[in-house]
Structures are given as C-alpha cells and as structure tokens.
Design a protein around this ligand. Structure first.
Ligand SMILES: C[S@@+](CC[C@H](N)C(=O)[O-])C[C@H]1O[C@@H](n2cnc3c(N)ncnc32)[C@H](O)[C@@H]1O
Length: 230
C-alpha cells in the first residue's frame, strides 16, 4: 500500500525530531544549570560551565563591566564569585590602585581564583572563603558589591542585603545580575527570583533601584543604593 511506504520516513523523521529535542534539552540543562540542591564543590565541572566560551555570547561580561562605569582605584567585592569570571575583569577595570575581591563559600572556588590571579599577575585580585549567611565585610569597604547568579542561592535575602549596607562606601552600590524567571537556562524556574521580586526584596532591605540595564537576554541587571547609609 502506498500509505505504508510513507509511514517509515515519517516515523524516522519523528524519531529524529524527538532525539534532537532531547539532545538540545540535555545541552541546555548542562549549560549553566546550577541549583541550590547541590553544591559547587566539583570545581572542575563548574569551571567548565562558568568559563565556557559559549557563555560570553549571552553573558556579555565586558559589556556588564563597562556598564558599571568603574573608576581606577575603586574596590569591587564579587560575592559568590565562583571561578572569578567577573572578578578578574573587575581587577583589570579598577587598575593597580584599586582592588577586586572574589568571595565564595566553596574553598575550591577560592583556590581557583587565587591560582588565576597569580597566573594573570593581577596583584589587586584577591579571594577568600566566606560564610553562607554573612560575608563579614569591613565597614566602608566597597564601592561596588556585585552578585552574578548568586543571590538566588542566599537564604534570608532581606536580612543579608540589609547587613551589606555598612560595608558600602559613600556612593557605594550593589549590582545584581540574575536569571529572569522565563530564561531558558539557569536554575529551575521555582528557584529563580523574578526581577520585580528582587527589587521588592532590596526595597525591604533599605535600598532603591538606581539603574536597570536591559541588554542581557537571559538575566536582569540592576543597581541599587541604600536609601540611608548605615
Ligand atoms: C552560579 S555560581 C556563579 C559564579 C559567578 N558569580 C559567575 O557569574 O560565574 C554561584 C556561586 O555562588 C556561590 N555561593 C552559593 N551560595 C553562596 C552564599 N550564600 N554566599 C556566597 N557564595 C555563595 C557558589 O559556591 C558558586 O560559586
């Protein structure tokens, strides 16, 4: 029957489509899919994810750093810095008179950053391990406190953010890049914090939104200043 002759190619096409969809879904899951339900202790695995050349296409790290308009001599604290994907760029942006400090709860990530700063010869790039609930920053320590894809891992966010205010210098700010609720990559949707919810939590912690950059396809990028300095 002519009909049955057509079934095979149609069936094959269907099988190929399903296989292609599964491969694409697996690739997306592999690409930048951190989750609060596992740690980041497997540094080699996560370094391949965070430092993947494909990331730059959507992460636009150099544009992010440019948008922050850092000045020579400033101090940037990168909380949840991972492999220092942004920290090393901050160190270059603020120059030898400034400093970039990568903080993480994972000792392996901090070791990675320390090796990286040595390899790059960036003497103004430092790294240290912090506690999950308090980075224990000195008062008046930072011009910019930066989070990329980290705040969704932080518990009791409002209290945590409130606690950062004394660490900001006069005119200091907190910058946040995190996954949009409907981004096709990143953690599961239930872990993502919607842009409006993030703004509300900063507001509860005593900040106001001063800038919103809209050039990242998968993430929002917001800058906040305290409404009153601590
Ligand atoms: C998704 S990675 C982002 C790494 C880096 N910011 C980047 O953009 O490549 C999240 C990082 O935050 C760290 N982290 C998770 N909870 C944290 C917390 N409460 N305080 C500081 N770092 C934390 C993890 O160990 C991990 O290195």
């Amino acid at each position: 029957m002519p009909q049955s002759r057509n079934i095979k190619p149609a069936l094959l096409a269907l099988i190929f489509s399903i296989a292609a969809l599964s491969v694409a879904a697996a690739a997306r899951a592999q690409e930048h899919a951190p989750s609060a339900h596992h740690g980041f202790s497997d540094v080699n695995h996560w370094a391949a994810v965070f430092e993947s050349p494909a990331r730059a296409k959507w992460q636009k790290p150099d544009e992010v750093v440019r948008a922050l308009d850092l000045k020579p001599g400033q101090t940037v604290v990168d909380i949840g810095a991972g492999t220092g994907y942004f920290t090393r760029r901050f160190a270059k942006a603020v120059g030898p008179s400034g400093s970039a400090i990568g903080l993480d709860i994972e000792p392996g990530m901090v070791e990675y950053m320390k090796n990286d700063s040595r390899k790059l010869g960036l003497r103004n790039y430092h790294a240290r391990v912090i506690k999950a609930d308090n980075p224990e920053l000195a008062p008046n320590a930072a011009d910019v406190i930066f989070f990329c894809d980290t705040l969704h891992h932080v518990a009791n966010r409002v209290a945590y953010l409130k606690g950062l205010i004394p660490a900001l210098k006069p005119n200091g700010r907190v910058a946040v890049v995190d996954f949009k609720k409907d981004a096709p990559i990143g953690p599961p949707a239930k872990m993502k914090i919607a842009r409006e919810q993030m703004i509300e939590q900063f507001s509860k912690a005593g900040y106001r939104l001063v800038r919103s950059h809209d050039f990242l396809p998968n993430q929002y990028f917001l800058e906040f200043e305290p409404t009153a300095r601590g």
